[in-house]
Design a protein around this ligand. Sequence first.
Ligand code: SP5
Ligand code: ZN
Length: 353
Amino acid sequence: MRVPVPVIRSDAHLAHDGLIEFLNGTPVPCFESPARAVAIERALAADPTFVFEEPTDHGLDPILALHDPGLVTTLAEAWDDALATGMTDGLRPLLPDAFLTAAYADGHPTSRPGRSHRLWSYAFDTATPLVGGTYHAARVAVDAALTAVDRVHAGAPLAYALCRPPGHHAGPAMYGGYCFFNNAAIAAQALVARGASRVVILDIDYHHGNGSQQLFYRRDDVLYLSLHADPERAYPYYSGTADERGAGAGEGLNRNWPLPERADGPRYLAALDEALTVARDFAPDAPLIISAGFDTFHADPIADLALQTDDYRAIGAAARDLGLATVVIQEGGYAIDALGANVISLLDGLRGA
Ligand code: SP5
Ligand code: ZN
């Protein structure tokens, strides 16, 4: 049954074109490109059961519920500041050259620099370029996630937010991994704000969602479940092991399934089955949030798992068995030619088609 699926999309992302990132010290074309969302949209547009809608403006409050105001203002102002100081000629993206790491901060006073290099103090990698359209695109991506939540609240069993930039690497006071604001986490927080006390985020992106884990690590109202490439070999390297299980009130409410190289559909679905058992035991009282990355695809250019297009349908079908309304938030996925088919496969599984 192909129930209509609201697809929340906007053209705002087109002006977020970072152009380059650093991969092992070498500048390469940025994998996270506008062509990704364009390809997804084109594929969905061929099927009239995907109903395109624009995001509505939800303002800053839902972002500030999770992110440090300094991060938000800095992202908002960085491009104009850089133009004013000549740090960019307006064509080159902003990428950091020094980080405010925990080790740097240890044992002596540190400060967020004023204007010119303040942005760097919130960055955690050299692969997340910021350009003139980035802040607006990131705001609209959050609005897309929140509009998808609205649709589900209005009775849709399934809604898809075509977020770009993605979000799951963004933490309270940190951006990176192509992510600026944590769209999925903000959607989960919006459910809490509407009265939910047990929300599940299921993260199926190839990479560990370090930002989502960090945001909810000590909380008992959001269960974060992530299947991803083992950080022993894969970005973001510093989080995502199975023994990171939450702390304090959130003890037991963060679970990671690190996966081996070339893990295929059956291997993946076995881990997913464990994750869904944890989700059921939590007895969620709100719609499911899925952080949906498709960089688990066998042909992804920056990843090494081995899922096929039909595997996403099986993932969707398994998640559908939770019996929850579901909000799908677009995260990564860089095999552009296959992205549309993979998104449709997941959404079809989720709607029982
Ligand atoms: C949202 C999302 O998927 N973010 C991922 C950011 C990954 N950025 C750095 C990737 C480093 C990849 N190493 C690739 C080896 C390619 N052969
Ligand atoms: Zn990813």
